[in-house]
Design a binder for this molecule. Structure first.
Ligand SMILES: Nc1nc2c(ncn2[C@@H]2O[C@H](COP(=O)(O)OP(=O)(O)OP(=O)(O)O)[C@@H](O)[C@H]2O)c(=O)[nH]1
Ligand SMILES: [Mg+2]
Length: 402
């Protein structure tokens, strides 16, 4: 009896030990053979990339920027996003909703543009609107950078309307001025952003402009806008001229949980980084890829050549849906000269007018649209992360006149 119990026990023990050994071997085999999908994507041969540089992927919520394993194309971006965050990861921010942003930021605009609105209305509501008054109106509009031609058009149209109506009622004249300004800003222009994913590829947006206008900030703010709209976004740091540029962009991305493809080599080929970013965007099935570019090079010709190349290299894989030219509103007419140069190399599809919070020269909107035939699509109204608003003609004019 005792013997048979012992025998049974021995069998049970052998079976348990046997199972444990088999289990350990199986676990070892699985661990050594498994490719950790997404966590450690393989480095592709640098030679098959345009320019041959290595790009790295900055994944939000995992490590400090710049400490990532060198990679080119992530296996699966969705897997990456779901990777558990390390305790050191910064808390993800929730961007403000986009609807009604211009209205919310209107005070900023009117604060800086108040002088214009006030001056115009004071003039128009004076007892007698004589030649001097019309001249002053002209001057005020020119000072707001509206441009000579649009100013003449507006003053002529307004004079005619005031003459026909014989009105001296400030409210009525204000209404007419508002209508004429809206006409100039042109509410019929298509200001929508082409950021919707195509059937099999992400939308690609390139952001260009001279140094310091606010390109990187705009890419960061725009990423937030898209995240707020529930889009999967990927950033490409194609400004390899300035060492800190990729870091600045990756920081924007980390704040809202958006990955950044960047180079781990200083002065790498920007076209190569852009190529890898778009490739990662295609493989990861993201909705939108935003490419930040350099604004400074040894010379203008170099910068323009580079931009042209970046665009052509991207187009080997996907269509570039938007080329947004960023212009600093405080530089006034200078922006126009820049815009013409850029328009010669890349087909600009929209303008982002930044720093409108710091200038009374809002009239530049009209001048730029006229010169380029391209709509202002977004405006920057501050340094805050959510201080970027879709441009709306009527809102804008109301802000000017409020
Ligand atoms: N007030 C204000 N400041 C802005 C706005 N947009 C950008 N800035 C500031 O402008 C400065 C330059 O912005 P960046 O985004 O670095 O400009 P950039 O064009 O990328 O510059 P480079 O990379 O050197 O070519 C930063 O201090 C921004 O905070 C805006 O709408 N309003
Ligand atoms: Mg920049």
């Amino acid at each position: 009896m005792l013997e048979s119990v012992n025998e049974t026990l021995s069998i049970v023990i052998y079976v348990v030990i046997g199972l444990a050994v088999i289990g350990s071997i199986a676990a070892l085999l699985v661990r050594t053979r498994r490719t950790p999908k997404g966590m450690y994507p393989t480095t592709r041969d640098a030679d098959d990339q345009p320019g041959g540089s290595t790009a790295v992927l900055d994944r939000p919520g995992t490590a400090e920027p710049g400490t990532d394993t060198a990679v080119t194309v992530p296996d699966d971006l969705r897997d990456l996003e779901e990777a558990p965050a390390r305790p050191t990861a910064p808390a993800l921010e929730t961007p403000e909703p986009v609807q009604g942003r211009l209205a919310r930021l209107r005070a900023r605009l009117s604060k800086s543009n108040n002088a214009l609105g006030k001056a115009l209305l004071a003039l128009l509501s004076s007892d007698k609107i004589d030649e001097d008054v019309w001249e002053e109106i002209e001057e005020t509009l020119l000072l707001a950078d509206l441009g000579t031609e649009p100013t003449m058009e507006l003053v002529d149209a307004l004079r005619e309307r005031v003459r026909i109506s014989g009105s001296r009622d400030p409210q009525e004249v204000r209404g007419m001025l508002r209508e004429e300004l809206i006409k100039l800003v042109d509410p019929t222009m298509d200001r929508s952003l082409a950021v919707e994913r195509h059937a099999d590829k992400p939308a690609v947006v390139m952001v260009v402009g001279v140094n310091g206008v606010g390109k990187t900030t705009t890419v960061g703010k725009l990423a937030r806008v898209l995240v707020a709209e529930d889009k999967d976004v990927l950033l490409g740091a194609a400004d390899t001229f300035r060492a800190a540029a990729a870091e600045q962009l990756a920081t924007w991305g980390q704040r809202v949980g958006v990955p950044t493809v960047r180079s781990d080599v200083d002065g790498a080929d920007p076209a190569s980084v852009a190529f890898e970013a778009v490739k990662a965007g295609i493989d990861g099935e993201v909705d939108t890829v935003l490419i930040d570019t350099a604004g400074r090079l040894q010379n203008k010709v170099g910068l323009m050549d580079e931009l042209g190349k970046v665009k052509r290299v991207i187009e080997k894989q996907a269509e570039v849906d938007e080329v947004l030219l960023v212009l600093d509103a405080t530089t006034g007419q200078n922006g126009l000269t820049q815009a013409k140069v850029f328009a010669e190399v890349v087909n600009i599809t929209g303008i982002v007018l930044t720093k409108l919070d710091g200038t009374a020269k809002g009239g530049i909107v009209v001048a730029i649209q006229r010169t380029l035939g391209v709509p202002v699509k977004l405006v920057g109204l501050g340094e805050g992360p959510d201080d970027l608003a879709p441009f709306e003609a009527e809102e804008f004019v109301d802000a000017l006149l409020s």
